[in-house]
Design a protein around this ligand. Structure first.
Ligand SMILES: Cc1ncc(COP(=O)(O)O)c(C=O)c1O
Length: 380
C-alpha cells in the first residue's frame, strides 16, 4: 500500500511565483540540507573543530543511507564526485573483448556514453545503440539485442528525455544468462522510483545526488557488486587505504584497502559541506518512502498528461513511462522558444531532444501545475 504525500513546499525555499517543474534538471535543496551545508562551511572556518575522527562518520552515514535506498549494504557503496567518475570506474573494471558489443540507448546521457566509446576504441569492441522503439517499449527493444556477443549493457532505469521506462529486473536476468555485465546510471530515477539491486543484480550502479536525491551538486554514489571489490580504483588516495583512521601512521604506506567498495572512493571524500546535505536529503526521502514519492508524482503527472492530451500534446503512455517523469511530445516538435517563454513567466521545465520534460516533485502545488497548463494553452 502506498500513500499520497501532501505538498511539502514548506520544507523548501521556493517563492510562490516560481513554478519549478524541473527536477530532472536540478532539484532545489531542502532548508534542512541548506542548514547542514552551512554548518559544514562554518566548520571549515574553524578547523580546530575538525578532528581526524570527523573525517569518517559523514561518508559512512552516506553509504548506509544510499545502501538502504537500493537494498544494498554500506560496504558495497563508494563515494564519487560525478556520474562520469562512477562510469569510468566501471569501464576500468569490465572486459569488452574485441568483436563484442557494448549496448547503449539512443540519445543516452553522455556521461554514460563517452567512457564506453573509449573502451570500445581501446579493445576493438563496438558500440551497439538500441534505436528508440516506435512503440516506446524499451525493455523489448533491449531484450531483442541481448546475445552471446554482448559484453556490457550500460543503461538507465528510465530515459532522461521522456521518462521511457526499462524493466531492469527482466533485462538483468537476460544479461546474466548471456554472460554480459550490467552498468546502471539511475540519476534520473533513484529517490523517486523504487529499485532493488538484489533483484536486478547490476555489476555497477551510479547515481548523482543533485536531481531526484534532492542533494547537492558534485556528489554521487557508486554501488559495486562484491565480485568487483578487488578491482582497480581510478585514483590512489590515502584515505581509501587500510588504517587511514590513524593520521599519525599515514606514511606507513600500505597496499591493502579499506573494506568493500571503499577502494573506489574519490579523494577528499570527507566533504564537510556536501556530505551533510546529501545525508539530510536521503534521510527525508527514506522517511517519506520512495514508493510513496513515486505514487504521489505518478498521480501528479498523470493529471498533467491527461490535460496536455486534451490540447493535442502526447507523451509516453503510463506503464511504459516512469511515473515521476513526464516528457511532452508536440506534433512537429517542441515549438521554438517555448521553454524560454515559459521561463519568462517563472514556469520552469526543460527541453531535451524532441520532448519537453515536466518533472514536478513534492514541493509543487496545484497552482504551479495550473500556471503551467494555462501558459501552455496560451502558447499553442
Ligand atoms: C541520466 C543522467 N546521468 C548523469 C547526469 C550527470 O552526469 P555527471 O555527474 O557526469 O555530470 C545527468 C544530468 O543531467 C543525467 O541526466
Amino acid at each position: 500500500m502506498t500513500t499520497q504525500i501532501p505538498c511539502q513546499r514548506d520544507l523548501f525555499d521556493i517563492p510562490d511565483d516560481v513554478a519549478w517543474l524541473n527536477c530532472a534538471y536540478m532539484s532545489p535543496l531542502m532548508k534542512s540540507a541548506v542548514e547542514a551545508g552551512e554548518a559544514g562551511i562554518r566548520r571549515k572556518a574553524h578547523p580546530w573543530t575538525v578532528a581526524p575522527a570527523d573525517f569518517f562518520p559523514g561518508p559512512e552515514e552516506a553509504r548506509a543511507l544510499f545502501a538502504r535506498l537500493i537494498n544494498a549494504s554500506a560496504d558495497e557503496i563508494a563515494i564519487v564526485p560525478s556520474v562520469s567518475y562512477g562510469i569510468a570506474t566501471a569501464a576500468r573494471n569490465l572486459d569488452a573483448p574485441a568483436g563484442s558489443r557494448i549496448l547503449l540507448l539512443d540519445e543516452q546521457f553522455p556521461s554514460n556514453v563517452y567512457a564506453w566509446r573509449e573502451l570500445a576504441t581501446r579493445t576493438g569492441a563496438r558500440i551497439d545503440t538500441v534505436p528508440r522503439p516506435a512503440d516506446d517499449d524499451w525493455t523489448a527493444a533491449i531484450l531483442e539485442r541481448v546475445g552471446e556477443d554482448l559484453s556490457i549493457a550500460a543503461l538507465p532505469n528510465n530515459h532522461w528525455t521522456d521518462g521511457g521506462l526499462i524493466d531492469l529486473e527482466r533485462v538483468g536476468a537476460a544479461l546474466r544468462e548471456a554472460g554480459a555485465a550490467l552498468v546502471l546510471d539511475v540519476t534520473q530515477s533513484l529517490g523517486a522510483l523504487p529499485l532493488d539491486v538484489r533483484r536486478i543484480r547490476p555489476d555497477f550502479l551510479v547515481c548523482g545526488t543533485y536531481k531526484w536525491l534532492l542533494g547537492p551538486y558534485s556528489l554521487g554514489f557508486l554501488y559495486v557488486d562484491p565480485e568487483h571489490h578487488g578491482g582497480e580504483p581510478l585514483e590512489h588516495n590515502w584515505i581509501a587505504r587500510a588504517g587511514s583512521e590513524d593520521f599519525t601512521g599515514l606514511v606507513n604506506y600500505r597496499d591493502d584497502f579499506q573494506p568493500g567498495a571503499r577502494r573506489f572512493d574519490v579523494g577528499e571524500l570527507s566533504n564537510f559541506v556536501l556530505m551533510p546535505q546529501a545525508n539530510a536529503a536521503m534521510r527525508q526521502i527514506l522517511d517519506w518512502g520512495v514508493e510513496n514519492i513515486q505514487a504521489t508524482l505518478t498521480a501528479r503527472n498523470e493529471a498533467i498528461a491527461a490535460r496536455a492530451r486534451g490540447m493535442g500534446i502526447d507523451s509516453v503512455s503510463q506503464g511504459l513511462r516512469a511515473g515521476h517523469f513526464l516528457g511532452l511530445r508536440f506534433a512537429g516538435g517542441v515549438p521554438e522558444g517555448l521553454g524560454a517563454r515559459l521561463a519568462q513567466e517563472n514556469i520552469h521545465v526543460s527541453v531535451r531532444g524532441a520532448s519537453m520534460r515536466v518533472t514536478p516533485h513534492l514541493y509543487n502545488n496545484d497552482r504551479d501545475v495550473e500556471r503551467f497548463l494555462d501558459a501552455l494553452k496560451r502558447a499553442l
